[in-house]
Design a protein around this ligand. Sequence first.
Ligand SMILES: NC(=O)c1ccc[n+]([C@@H]2O[C@H](COP(=O)([O-])OP(=O)(O)OC[C@H]3O[C@@H](n4cnc5c(N)ncnc54)[C@H](OP(=O)(O)O)[C@@H]3O)[C@@H](O)[C@H]2O)c1
Length: 446
Amino acid sequence: MAPKSKQPAKKAVSQPAKQPAAAKPVKVALLGFGTVGSSVATVLAAQKFAGIQLTHIFNRNVERKRTSPAAKFVPKDTIWTEDINAILASDVDIIIELMGGLNPVESWLRKAITSGKSIVTANKQLIAYRGAGLARLAAQHNVHLVHNAAVAGGVPVIPGMLQGLGGDQVTRLSGIVNGTCNYILSRMETGAAYATVLADAQQLGYAEADPSADVDGYDARAKLCILSRIAMHAELDPDAVATQTISTIDAIDFSYAKELNCTIRQVSRAQLEGTTVHARVAPMLVPMASPIAWSHGTQNMVVVSGRFGGDVVFSGHGAGGEPTAVAVVSDLLGVAQGCKSVSLPVRKRKVTGEFLAPHYLRFVVDDKPGIVSAIAGALAKVGANIDSILQRPGYPKHRLPFVVTTEPCLTSTIEKAVASLAKLDCMLERPLCLQILTIEDKPDEA
Ligand SMILES: NC(=O)c1ccc[n+]([C@@H]2O[C@H](COP(=O)([O-])OP(=O)(O)OC[C@H]3O[C@@H](n4cnc5c(N)ncnc54)[C@H](OP(=O)(O)O)[C@@H]3O)[C@@H](O)[C@H]2O)c1
């Protein structure tokens, strides 16, 4: 056997580990550097997510924003601009839209989608009125349109419904989606007057100088339409959803509500029945045992009822810069990681404000004999039965507030009775009519 030639031992050469090619950063532009936009910059700076690069910030009068305290969180190489075309023509991958409103936002986002950019937005009006068309355009161009921050701010109700409840058949939604109204009503519950609390809400930045979008229910109905689309695949015309203001609620209503073991909240509710959606945004009496009664201050709460899974409750901070920014940044990360946005088929649905429910009627009258029988007569004429009559002592006869509650009847029935009762000479104000939620409300009641 030939002797083995003695080979010098091979020196082990340590090869450098194969490095993956540096991933290209995802380029992001922010439209709007207001409450939420500046908070998004703060959250991005604090979290330092690898692979995300904030390349542009767009705002009108941008110098004012560039020199604001919040700008210290913005990377030095970010471009501040007042020229939207600088962004639309750039190689930005994702646009975060936090300006609000329909115009000019819709046309800018359409151009961005057409040029292959994905969109993250918290704009509820845009999504409620134009969401279906924008989603179709995004699908055609194979980009994402994500808007989980548009409802309930920092509470992940939309992703919860899409990912967590997509397997159920949701038939009913109810809850509190406007933090301003909840702040006002939950403070009135402790004895404060509407005007005082509204002024406080304006000072704290919870309510606008013109509060009508919140207190008259328009903000909440936009959100209810978005939730109905996600949960019930129902496309609703927001203008067809019945709304009722909270501005006619008085301290006395909370006293009477308490006697009925209830409180008052602005409730947004929708129920799917066949091809019709029963939807309404209004102040309602809510039983203290319902989770909806437990939300205070600017909290949001949404109860989603599924055919198979029963009730699921989402709750948390529905608004505010940082909670909303968390939802926006979470959407941004999802899109950057290429998570496929779930798009569900939606159908246009007829909307009605009709519900079958017990009602609370509060009258303020110049007290005269025969008033109760006149009220009972008007209710009997439309077929509504009285359940109880409540009258607290200590009010002057010439301005006497008292309450009648009815057994369940249709909204249109009770509205007919209220219209005729409002014409009585003794009525000093239009009677206040509120739906009473019942714990055992079932979708097939309406
Ligand atoms: N705030 C919340 O808690 C919250 C919660 C959920 C969802 N959202 C939604 O998030 C979006 C942003 O809300 P926000 O509270 O951050 O509003 P905001 O404080 O008013 O910020 C909007 C920003 O966009 C700028 N802007 C508006 N229109 C513009 C235009 N045509 N051209 C250039 N810049 C324009 C504004 O500039 P100026 O300073 O010059 O006005 C402002 O800096 C809205 O869609 C809102 O509904 C807000």
